[in-house]
Design a protein around this ligand. Structure first.
Ligand code: GDP
Length: 455
């Protein structure tokens, strides 16, 4: 493992009350001693772990700030190494100066996620828990934060390990039987194995189902607002995002490109794109918006199709209804504060979910919230149960499940037990990749590259 001593600013790149510079590695305390002088006159290198020291920070022999330095001793630290954390005044200039001082004093700049990667490599946390650190940092709701914390506590890894261990136990007796068929080893019968595989199958299905219900809560969803001009898309966008973002006018075609906004609807984070509509247009600028709208529409997980309820449906509306046929969509019959003139039956027949609302007054927002929660089944999400926190983890579970189902099929078809053994091995591999026990360095690098510097 890389034994450089690394340093980075751990707090956001913005002015704040406190800025933290984290230094980790074999020489962390020596590096900190070169730039930080405790008022006690002692050095940090003589300090015990879990101690806070008040003192001055120096750069080029010049005092640059007063600060508190926390000392953590290996292995009782976040990274498992010696760590010094200097909490200085949180101005951008000051924190950068302190970092520069640490780098001049012998530390190397930390890469994205390198502190957490070291925690993983030093066995402080497993890969699933490391990933949940990022989920916790990125959580924008109470449930998403609770789910991430749950995984950080190791609940997911324990559940996955439980499944893996049950298969490992079966494999051990299978392997003995496969390798030494003539020896007097107790025969592992299909009837012993089947319940173990079936129980593993049920556990993994449940874990995947939980993730799928919770994904809208933990990762958010890409949604798009579509509708012909003037039905109230921009007004709706403003209602959902809570402030004036799109330009609202009653001149058709005012919204020229895709405006994206992150909004929280109940516990769900939606990245909502308002579009210029999906009609063809001669106007070059507007056309850019139209094309962007089409692309965004294609990858959206949810389409909010807006109709003007105060007018009869037009041919453009019918086109949009057809466009939504193969999508997961909610019809929004807007302007419910005005008398209804649109044919509600046509909308209700075409969409599994439709909501009457007024983007101007906000009436109907609760119904929209409920429709989205129903579609993504977030009501079934339990943040207190072990939860997958990334697509990578989900894929590991899907792969393990496929191998387990192959093993079950093999047993049911009477295929020889060595074939079952191969399937079981693949399932174990996939599960240990999830926790990181068998993850390749490429996978590990990929996971940590998505972290921020300083974490
Ligand atoms: P867009 O072209 O689809 O983005 O439509 P806008 O959001 O620009 O709205 C077009 C017009 O409809 C504006 O004059 C809005 O004030 C009006 N409007 C939007 N939503 C409502 C609503 O719920 N009720 C009423 N009465 N007017 C609305």
């Amino acid at each position: 493992m890389d034994n450089r001593t690394i340093a980075a600013i751990a707090t956001p790149n913005a002015p704040g009350g406190i800025g933290v510079i984290r230094i980790s590695g074999e020489n962390a305390l020596e590096v900190a001693d070169r730039i930080f002088r405790p008022v006690s006159g002692k050095t940090l290198s003589e300090s015990k772990g879990y101690r806070a020291h008040f003192g001055d920070v120096y750069y080029n022999n010049e005092k640059i700030d007063e600060a508190v330095c926390l000392v953590f001793r290996a292995p009782a630290s976040y990274t498992g190494e010696d760590v010094a954390e200097i909490s200085c005044h949180g101005g951008l200039f000051v924190t950068k100066q302190v970092l520069r001082a640490a780098l001049d004093a012998g530390a190397a700049p930390a890469e994205a996620g390198e502190f957490t990667k070291r925690a993983f490599l030093n066995g402080k946390i497993d890969l699933a828990a490391a990933e949940s650190v990022m989920s916790l940092i990125g959580a924008s709701g109470k449930q998403a934060a609770a789910a991430a914390l749950n995984t950080l506590d190791g609940n997911l890894s324990r559940e996955i390990k439980g499944v893996a261990d049950s298969i490992i136990a079966i494999c051990a007796s299978l392997a003995a039987w496969v390798d030494y068929p003539d020896d007097d080893i107790e025969d592992t019968s299909a009837s012993d194995m089947l319940p173990v595989f079936e129980s593993a199958q049920n556990s993994l299905k449940e874990i995947i189902r939980r993730y799928d219900c919770g994904r809208a809560v933990t990762d958010g969803i890409d949604a798009v607002i579509v509708g012909r001009p003037n039905v109230g898309k921009s007004t709706l966008m403003n209602l959902l995002s809570g402030f004036e973002r799109s330009i609202v006018t009653n001149i058709a075609g005012t919204t020229r490109d895709v405006v994206e906004e992150k909004i929280v609807l109940g516990e769900i984070v939606m990245r909502v794109a308002d579009t210029a509509g999906i009609r063809e247009t001669e106007n070059v600028v507007e056309n850019i918006g139209v094309n962007l709208a089409k692309r965004r529409l294609e990858r959206a997980e949810l389409v909010l199709a807006v109709f003007d309820g105060s007018e009869p449906l037009t041919d453009d509306d019918i086109d949009i209804i057809k466009y939504c046929e193969s999508k997961r969509a909610i019809a929004l019959l807007n302007k419910s504060d005005l008398p209804l003139a649109a044919d509600r039956k046509i909308i209700e027949n075409a969409f599994a979910h439709s909501v009457e609302l007024s983007a101007s007054t906000g009436e109907g927002r609760g119904e929209l919230e409920k429709a989205v929660a129903d579609i993504f089944r977030t009501n079934e999400f339990n943040p207190n149960a072990a939860c997958l926190t990334s697509e990578r983890q989900r894929q590991c579970c899907v792969n393990a499940l496929a191998s387990i189902e192959e093993a079950i099929n093999a047993i049911n078809c009477g295929v020889t037990l060595d074939a079952v053994n191969v399937c079981a091995d693949c399932a174990i591999d996939a599960l240990l990749q999830l926790t990181g026990e068998k993850a390749t360095s490429a996978v590990v690098d990929e996971v940590f590259s998505r972290f921020c510097v300083g974490k």
